[in-house]
Design a protein around this ligand. Sequence first.
Ligand code: AMP
Ligand code: MN
Ligand code: MN
Length: 320
Amino acid sequence: MTKEIDHAVALKIKASERFLIVSHIRPDADAAGSVLGLGLALNMMGKTVQMVLVDGAEKFHYLPGWEEVIPLPVGETDMIVVVDCSNPDRVGSALDEYGQPDLVVDHHKTNLAFGDINVVEPEQVATAAILFDHFPAWGLPFNADVATCLLAGIVGDTIGFRTPNVDAELMRKAAALMDLGGDLTKIYNEELVMRSFSAIRYWGCGLGRLEYENGLVWTSLTLADREKVGYAGDDDADLVNVLSAVREAKIALIFVEQPNNTVKVSWRTRPGLDVSGIAYQFGGGGHAAAAGADIVGTLTSVQQRVIHATHQLYESRQDE
Ligand code: AMP
Ligand code: MN
Ligand code: MN
């Protein structure tokens, strides 16, 4: 089965000249690393590639090829590939003028299999790890730049090899990418350690309002916070991963106010609990340990509804 799919992907790649590679809005390192890793490999084969992230790739300035990423595709294409994206809405407006993707490569268990061919492997830690595994069968080459991009995806989604799905096999993949020239130290520091002064002050706004109740820790970030500290992004600057450090908490949540009466919610949990279902229930998706949703409503109302539902989830699991 898998071999047949690999064969179909290899044939389609061989027969195509113009590629469009897209990932999700508000890209993380797995989204950017997968787009760039696949795009640079196709470039090496002499293919024409448009690498698309609707929110741009500036925050991934440490990844080779990031300047080539464009916010919207133009013109015709022979093959559309969507990576690290569980549903078609998550590509934003990138494919509005285009049809269904030819290939979807993803590791979200909430993936809707919206491509002609779907390579969805929820047991994998990152889409970049799926690409690493399938590149040889798909006829795609590696070089140091490709390896750095794929390694960035793995480092990002495992938060630096810290998630419970990290095993010896994954470390062997990471080592193989280092052998190919992947620059682990650089991407580890850029991705997980270095932050701008305004981002750390932004954390301060959220940390100042930190709340804890019965296994849940949470806080919010407002539009006013962003303006006050001059933080340019519309995300949480990874503050939710800082909240995950609270020892008493089993689930960490963050609520990030957005301009259009929407709130971006992120859940993080310890092993044993699964927050993907609750995110899905609120119109989002994700993984057992990390999930998110964009929910319409004011910060206060969304926070109330989500905290209530998450408390219920946590308490029902405790009864089991
Ligand atoms: P985040 O909390 O944004 O870091 O996302 C955690 C995980 O949930 C990532 O794997 C995302 O791809 C996924 N996710 C976040 N927001 C959404 C959403 N609105 N719809 C579907 N999946 C999401
Ligand atoms: Mn992602
Ligand atoms: Mn991912």
